[in-house]
Design a protein around this ligand. Structure first.
Ligand code: 13P
Ligand code: SF4
Length: 336
């Protein structure tokens, strides 16, 4: 398990990082000042709230963010995303100080695969190799042979010999989608993302009837019936790029709503409709990603905490399958 600096955890739990920020402060200017002063870089995922995306030095999908974290010369990496993403940054660039605005920003998908349970389960499949989606803990990564993201998963699986038996974890929906597009029969761990399973097929079908010109674009963490009717399936970066190059004017977007900020910013004349959830709450917002706020980000830069730290033995074990992912992605021409 990754070690969270307990002292900092206590501080955060006591509300140290919830101190009131002067409402008159120009947080955008303050964050810019702190970034320069401390030689810090802000990396943000597309699911972060718009204000956070607007102060970020780089916004990307999991693969892009991992690469950026690995290559940065900054002294501090402020990771505006969830815990497993900050962990990946630390694994790839251990000499940097990695801080995240809220240590409690977890991930339901990552939580669905506790390493001890997974280690026991995989004993049933001694001749299988383990391909694991990056949305998992460092402990899970250490039990894996190759990590993948939604943008390189197909290329990674295609790179393995056709007769190689594979376990795929933790996302059963992404795993089922990959089985379909690669023609494999991977054994799937039964995990899922709470956000991507919430969409209502019925409401989406009704929306499509009302907007026959709209294209449905979806993240592969969504369930199979939704993916079956999607016009395009891809990682967040791939979805964004699709809306930039495709000629349609309207899109129904089946992923976390944060991505709509960049889509709308880049293509202001186009219409982006968030795919509706199966109830009336804002359940297509990731509650973990949305724990981060601009105020917390400011305090995090100011106090350089909470910091993500990790035992070196765990880091080294988790690094191996990530490096394999990067090698295969490079050979496949997916990264430079
Ligand atoms: P990508 O941005 O890599 O597509 O991942 C989506 C996601 O669910 C991150 O938590
Ligand atoms: Fe995890 Fe899903 Fe949130 Fe992504 S959107 S961080 S997979 S819970």
């Amino acid at each position: 398990m990754a070690v969270i600096n307990t002292q900092q955890m206590e501080l955060q739990e006591k509300g140290f990082l919830d101190i009131n920020v002067d409402p008159n402060l120009d947080l955008f200017a303050e964050i810019e000042r702190l970034k320069k002063e401390k030689n810090a870089i802000v990396l943000a995922h597309y699911y972060q709230e718009p204000d956070i995306q607007d102060v970020a030095d780089y916004i990307g999908d999991s693969l892009g963010l991992a690469q950026k974290a690995k290559d940065t010369n900054a002294d501090i990496i402020l990771f505006a995303g969830v815990h497993f993403m900050a962990e990946t940054a630390k694994i790839l660039n251990p000499t940097k100080k990695v801080v995240l605005p809220d240590l409690k920003a977890g991930c339901s998908l990552s939580d669905s695969a506790p390493p001890a349970l997974f280690a026991k389960w995989k004993e049933q499949y001694p001749d299988h190799i383990v391909v694991t989606y990056i949305n998992c803990s460092a402990g899970m990564k250490a039990l894996s042979d190759i990590i993948c993201t939604s943008s390189n998963a197909k290329a990674i699986i295609d790179s393995l010999p056709a007769d190689q038996k594979i376990i795929f974890a933790p996302d059963k929906n992404l795993g089922a989608y990959l089985n379909k597009v690669t023609g494999r029969n991977m054994v799937l761990w039964n995990g899922a993302c709470m956000v991507h399973e919430i969409f209502s097929l019925e409401k989406i079908t009704r929306l499509k009837t009302r907007h026959p010109e709209a294209k449905l674009i979806a993240h592969p963490e969504c369930e199979e019936p939704l993916l079956r009717i999607a016009d395009y399936i891809g990682s967040t970066t791939q979805l964004l790029k699709y809306t930039q190059t495709d000629s349609s004017q309207t899109y129904i977007v089946a992923t976390e709503t944060g991505i709509l900020h960049q889509m709308q910013k880049d293509q202001p004349h186009k219409t982006f409709i968030p795919a509706p959830p199966d109830n009336s709450c804002a359940c297509n917002e990731c509650p973990h990603m949305k724990l981060n706020t601009l105020e917390k980000l400011y305090l995090c830069l100011q106090y350089e905490q909470p910091e993500l730290t990790m035992e070196e033995s765990l880091r080294v074990a988790a690094l191996k399958p990530i490096e394999r992912m990067l090698e295969i992605s490079k050979a496949a021409g997916l990264i430079g």
